[in-house]
Design a protein around this ligand. Structure first.
Ligand code: AMP
Length: 114
């Protein structure tokens, strides 16, 4: 989608530190990390938020979690633990309107979040 920074990252119009890519998803390091390891996994299809998931596109979410399972093993943080975050809408703190899952690891994360 035009004017979506994550679509531009997928297309290579904006540079990113890519971790993984396949036909359905793209994973890259967050430019403003909140933990020593902080990456994002996004669908290649432009889906604005979890509000826009439907029976036609929801399978990508299970694929995203499969990719996260692989990446946390590859990065060596699966056993120590990590946090997966999805922010939805204004109150959820979503700033980029392209569905994405944050994965934060390598520090002791506190709860509840701010
Ligand atoms: P959210 O606030 O949940 O919408 O998360 C958006 C995330 O995208 C933030 O953590 C930003 O730091 C990150 N972000 C924004 N622009 C870029 C970029 N060009 N490359 C990597 N991460 C980005």
């Amino acid at each position: 989608m035009e004017n979506c920074i994550f679509c531009k990252i997928i297309n290579g119009d904006i540079p990113s530190k890519k971790l993984y890519e396949d036909e359905l998803v793209y994973a890259f390091y967050d430019v403003n990390p909140e933990a020593p390891i902080h990456f994002l996994v996004i669908p290649k299809e432009h889906i604005e938020s979890t509000n826009d998931l439907n029976p036609n596109n929801i399978n990508v979410v299970s694929h995203i979690f499969k990719v996260i399972n692989k990446l946390v093993v590859d990065l060596g943080v699966s056993q120590k633990g990590y946090r997966i975050v999805n922010n939805c809408g204004e109150d959820g703190g979503q700033t980029v309107n392209h569905l994405h899952f944050h994965v934060l690891a390598s520090r002791n994360l506190q709860w509840p979040p701010g």
